[in-house]
Design a protein around this ligand. Structure first.
Ligand code: ADP
Length: 954
């Protein structure tokens, strides 16, 4: 039906208005669900009204180079234009699209109207059999979003203005409605998305308008109380919940509102099952334009399980800590328990060694001792390692002599190295500070480990220990230690794991050399704890170099030592040694002190050097001569020098290895003034030179301590007074026996109380005090002794304990003790302590006077030559101090039996030597002792002391 042919103009126009109106009505509030149905219907109405064959609507896709038909109507019998939803490329019809973009409409009455450039369109239209077509752009906010098309297939049509206007108006309704529905859909989607998030969230979410009024809530919150969202939303708490819950919630809400900002609170509240749950609520106020709180947005997590787990974890942690403490305690106890029997093993082996044994038995003991030492080292390693693991190892910060710490560590392994014929050198550079602040025991432990490994893994060649000071800043010295060996080396693949615990280079190493693989792990941890670094370089079969650095505070500079040896500056010294390294080290120590140093590689060279300098300012004053050289021995060289008139006054010092132990008597016969043992310690070397040059008084006493002086004087020293306090019988037995082996004795107390009594009755040189004892322990006893001491005197108390855990030393010192020896006891240390403290009691007697007063009478009476008589008298006076000490002790102890016995002894010896003055007093003393007359005994004893002119030096 042709629109115009069948209607009058008016009717047609009315119909057109009607169709616009009805379309407008339909789409004004069409719901998105019905939109497409209504659209299709409307296209049909319009198409039918205008007698068209087809109507369609294209919309551009999000990517505007594509478009697709959203809706189409095709007259009955007419093929659909496209399958719906099929995407097409926009620029398949380039001319048409351009025209649509730039015009209000594009009307093609006839296919022949296409301009020339519309090649694709012409082709397309003819292919699809389209005669006429009208296309109206669809726009939203002036942006082209698609177009509506109307087609005639069978017959062409001339598009009329009115028709075009109607279609344009309708297209506006379509594009408006499409945009509205699209927006609504987007909004709906957004809301739906939010609802999904809110209602599926495990967290509870709600908004409050005031303390008791809810706004909106999510499912989780409603579910917690066993309610629906709608039960709670926009309701008052008191209308929803039981009174307890409502009260509790309003109380919490009030607090959260009060905080005015972000707030957090934990609340215990019952859920719908009546279970107590712990909620962690977080809130944030949302404010209006005036800054008033509009909503309080709250979220809550149920942390009941989490808290339970945390509590469990905390409990487990506490249990673990308790277990750790128990472990440490166990270790301390174990260490104590192991050390006590080890003390027995060491002690009795030591005692056994001094008895009459066959060579084979002696060898067995040597082996047993060495095995016990290894066992002790392993125990110490495990203990240290556990302490490090339990972070229980604390570092000390004390002043100590770094040089002697290093030298002592080397000395310890020098005999072992010498046994293997491996040379060991120490080179401590001049810049290394003399005294530093740190932990000497731990530094020594690291060195001990590295040096012992070097000795263990080296069969030939040498081991050198070098220490250098790399830089000094703010009184801190950066020290660099190097332990280098020429041993078996380490395979490159093991280098990285060597510092791990229980790590050994390979199984065969373990089999051959033993060890626990803990030493380096401990050393590396110790270095780390001192903020240093440790590493190793090694070539398999060639040797290894372990290096570590430490930063330590300087307490006494390196140069300070030079002041003590100022007088030695410029002295000409000759060093004779065929070992280049050794010669170099000795010479460098001498040069840095200011000596004028000459070197000779053998005896012949030494003689030439001495002779060529005889009449010059370089005349040699001191020669340091190695014991063993290629061309002649040290002794031979000394003999030769003594025969050369110009050389015989040169002071000679013999340098021998630990294995060659200096026989001072023989050395003296060969003309040596002193012996030094390799590896040479710098201060010993300097002290020794000072001593042989007669500058002893210029040199501090401490520097002389270790020099092996050839013409050592025998000192008459009273026997030290020792008190041993120990509850363990075996320990007591050992100490007593060891003391006896050196001709010493001690008093014994089995607990602190007995010790107190003993100390109040007698003035001891040293008290060896066990710490753990029944009745009164060592700590309490020490503090009581200190109270007794007051300012009058100071009793030296040395802890002798098997406690070796961290803090034990500190505990002893804090209790007032002076020193500490751990068990198993190192007896050398014990005797050093005794010697140090007994020295104070050295006595001098004018024995020459006794000899002078009595010799004539004795010689005459016995008919002896005066010289022989003198010798006998000299022997007698040598015994006098001991006898007098014993009398003194017996009087102190009121031990009359002993007093009578010793007096009898004195009576006998003085009687047979015709020393009548002493003899008569001894007779009286014996009598008084037998009668137990203490006053008289003391009176006689004072007379005897006067006679001998004995007085305590202190
Ligand atoms: P241990 O010596 O008790 O086995 P360490 O931790 O001291 O334990 O050493 C671990 C391993 O490192 C040794 O077993 C050895 O394989 C290797 N090692 C350590 N020092 C040296 C060295 N100077 N030369 C060669 N190998 C070494």
């Amino acid at each position: 039906m042709s629109g115009k042919g069948s209607y009058t103009n008016i009717n047609y126009s009315n119909d057109c208005l009607k169709i616009i109106n009805s379309t407008f009505q339909k789409f004004l509030d069409v719901h998105s669900v019905n939109y497409l149905i209504e659209l299709e219907k409307t296209l049909e109405d319009i198409g039918t009204f205008f007698d068209l064959d087809r109507m369609y609507i294209y919309y551009f896709s999000n990517d505007p180079t594509f478009m697709k038909i959203e809706c189409q109507w095709n007259k009955k019998g007419v093929e659909p234009k496209r399958e719906l939803q099929e995407e097409e490329v926009v620029y398949a019809l380039p001319w048409l699209i351009r025209e649509i973009k730039n015009n209000e409409f594009v009307a093609i009455n006839n296919i022949n109207e296409f301009p020339k450039e519309a090649i694709f369109e012409t082709e397309n239209f003819s292919k699809e059999g389209i005669q006429s077509s009208l296309m109206v752009p669809l726009k939203n906010e002036n942006k082209l979003i698609g177009f509506m098309g109307c087609e005639r297939l069978l017959k062409s049509i001339t598009w009329e203005e009115e028709q075009i206007n109607v279609l344009r108006d309708i297209s506006k309704i379509f594009s408006y409605t499409r945009s509205r529905i699209k927006k609504e859909k987007e909004y709906e989607n957004a809301l739906y998305g939010q609802a999904i998030l809110l209602n599926n969230s495990e967290s509870q979410i709600w908004a409050l308008t005031n303390v008791t009024s809810y706004a909106t809530v999510n499912e989780a919150h409603a579910k917690f109380f066993g309610k629906k969202k709608s039960d709670i939303e926009y309701q008052d708490l008191y209308d929803i919940f039981d009174i307890d819950t409502a009260n509790k919630l309003s109380e919490v809400n009030w607090e959260l509102f009060q905080r005015k900002g972000l707030a957090k609170k934990e609340v215990q509240i019952k859920n719908f099952k009546g279970e107590n749950r712990l909620l962690q609520i977080k809130s944030k106020p949302q404010r209006d334009d005036n800054g008033n709180i509009k909503y309080l947005i709250c979220t809550a997590e149920d942390i009941t399980e989490q808290r339970k787990a945390e509590t469990e974890l905390y409990k487990a942690k506490e249990q673990a800590e308790a277990a750790n403490i128990a472990k440490s305690q166990f270790l301390a106890n174990m260490s104590h328990e192991i050390r006590t029997p080890m003390n027995g093993i060491f002690g009795f082996l030591e005692l056994l060694q001094s008895t009459n044994l066959s060579l084979e038995q002696k060898e067995f003991i040597r082996e047993a001792k060495s095995a016990s030492e290894i066992l002790l080292r392993i125990i110490n390693d495990i203990l240290d390692f556990s302490k490090i693991e339990a972070k229980k190892l604390a570092m000390e910060k004390i002043k100590f002599n770094l040089r002697s710490t290093i030298e002592d560590a080397v000395s310890l392994y020098a005999p072992k190295a010498a046994e293997k014929d491996v040379e060991i050198y120490t080179m401590i550079k001049e810049e290394v500070p003399e005294e530093v602040i740190g932990d000497p025991a731990r530094i020594k432990q690291i060195l001990n480990n590295l040096i012992s490994n070097a000795v263990k893994f080296t069969e030939k060649g040498d081991i050198s220990i070098t220490v250098d000071c790399l830089e000094e800043e703010n009184e801190m010295a950066l020290l660099y230690f190097k332990v280098k060996d020429t041993g078996i080396g380490i395979h490159s693949e093991h280098i990285n794991t060597i510092f791990n615990s229980f790590s050994q280079a390979d199984a065969s190493t373990t089999r051959k050399y033993g060890g626990t693989g803990l030493g380096l792990a401990i050393s590396s941890e110790l270095v780390k704890m001192m903020d240093g670094e440790i590493r190793v370089e090694s070539i398999l079969g060639k040797g290894s170099t372990f290096k570590f650095n430490l930063k330590l505070k300087i307490s006494k500079r390196a140069s300070d030592y030079k002041l003590a040896f100022e007088k030695l500056k410029g002295v000409n010294v000759l060093v004779v040694d065929d070992n280049i390294n050794n010669k170099k080290i000795v010479s460098s120590y001498l040069r840095e002190t200011g000596f004028n140093v000459f070197e000779a590689a053998d005896g012949a060279n030494a003689i030439t050097t001495i002779l060529s300098n005889i009449n010059t300012k370089n005349k040699i004053s001191v020669a340091i001569i190695d014991y063993e050289m290629m061309d002649m021995s040290g002794y031979e060289l000394a003999t030769t020098l003594k025969t050369i008139p110009f050389a015989k006054d040169i002071k000679l010092i013999l340098l021998n290895s630990v294995m060659q132990k200096c026989d001072t008597k023989i050395a003296k016969e060969y003309g040596f003034s002193a012996c030094l043992t390799k590896p040479v310690k710098r201060n010993d070397l300097l002290s020794c030179i000072a001593m042989v040059l007669g500058l002893k008084s210029e040199v501090k006493e401490e520097n002389l301590a270790r020099v092996n002086k050839v013409d050592k004087e025998d000192k008459n020293v009273l026997k030290p007074r020792i008190l041993l306090v120990d509850d363990n019988e075996m320990n007591r037995k050992i100490v007593i026996s060891i003391l006896k082996s050196r001709d010493m004795s001690c008093d014994v107390a089995v607990d602190g109380l007995e010790a107190l009594k003993a100390v109040s009755n007698k003035d001891y040189d040293v008290v060896f005090m066990d710490c753990q004892m029944p009745v009164m322990d060592g700590y309490e006893c020490t503090s009581k002794i200190r109270d007794m001491d007051e300012s009058k005197k100071h009793t030296t108390i040395v802890a002798m304990t098997a406690n070796a855990m961290e803090g034990d030393y500190k505990k002893c010192i804090e209790a007032g003790m002076d020193d500490y020896i751990s068990k198993p006891i190192n007896f050398d240390t014990m005797f050093n302590i005794i010697e140090k403290n007994a020295k104070e009691r050295e006595i001098t007697g004018d024995y020459n006077r006794i000899i002078e007063d009595n010799i004539d009478y004795f010689a005459r009476d016995t008919g002896l030559e005066k010289d022989d008589a003198k010798e006998i008298l000299e022997d007698y006076v040598k015994c006098l101090p001991d006898l007098i000490f014993s009398i003194n002790a017996a009087i102190d102890d009121k031990d009359f039996n002993k007093l009578a016995r010793v007096s009898h002894e004195l009576k006998g010896s003085s009687g047979s030597l015709r020393i009548m003055s002493i003899y008569e007093l001894a007779v009286k003393l014996e009598e008084a002792a037998k009668k137990q007359e203490i006053e008289k005994c003391i009176e006689i004893f004072i007379k005897i002391k006067d006679l001998c002119n004995i007085k305590r030096s202190k």
